[in-house]
Write a protein that binds this ligand. Sequence first.
Ligand code: DAH
Length: 337
Amino acid sequence: MEDKIRSIREAATTSVDAANDLPTLDAIRVRYLGKTGEISLLSQSMRDLSKEERPRFGSLLNEARSLVTDAIEQKTRALEAVAEKSRYAQFDATLPGPTLSRGASHPLTQLMGKAVAIFRRMGFSLADGPDIETEFHCFDALNTPADHPARNEQDTFYLPDGRLLRTHTSSVQIRVMENQPPPIRIIAPGAAYRRDEVDATHLAQFTQMEGLYVAESVSLADLKGSLEFFFRELFGAETQCRFRPHFFPFTEPSYEIDIRTALLGDSWMELAGCGMVDPAVFEAICQKRGDRAFDPEKISGFAFGFGLDRLAMNLLAIPDIRMLVETDLRFLRQFAN
Ligand code: DAH
């Protein structure tokens, strides 16, 4: 019996030594230590031994089992280390790495950046306000009476608490004047919301850019000069601007701005609203602030607002406004740079 154990032990360790790969090693493990392996079978045969023989035979067998187990474990580690090494040996650090594809700004973001840069050169700074607005900031303070159609539930998204998704960025004018005295020279790009039926030229959420300049003796000439400069910077020096009288509750006089340039097919295109800030707006601000910092007898200002989506569509020949929000990469990649 002892000889048998010894010879199995030796055969096992010899084949472990000779094994060159992990599958072979596993086969050896099964052959000797598996459920019906040679060492396991020997344990079963202990039943046939006398009581006196059993302990000695048992300890010899245990010794053999742990010896073979250790040998297999050691060899496994050694083979794994070799495999690891050869993996690194194949690694060529001089090969070019995987190329990462770079993202690009959305065309609207690009246009907004351009517009902001032009106004910055004229001394305008960026202002911001919440998308969820009060009726005061969106309408009342902007001289827009309760019966104005823009306030209709059919046209505006109201929240249960009476606040609303701002229908224009003009609310930022009020936010800024509440919090800081003149002179003020700000632009405020951001989202605006209307209950519009979505089609090729309308979205329920779109992007506007608001502007406000308030100081002593700001004139209509300042308004025209600033906006003509802006559109010529954006569309080219030969761009023509037309200020067409219009009505907005918060400006007096008010205009719509049409522009014409060969770049955009040489026909007049309505792009923006603007005007001189209505004294009623300044009075609402004075009342809210509790001071006369915006006394319409002493200060004046101009304001303007335009839709960036519309501008992008004209400038980039985009036929359908929905393309700007569909996140279709085939469309967006055309404007990546
Ligand atoms: N808020 C107007 C709109 O959404 C655009 C506008 C017109 C803004 C005239 C102004 C302005 O600041 O003076 O249609």
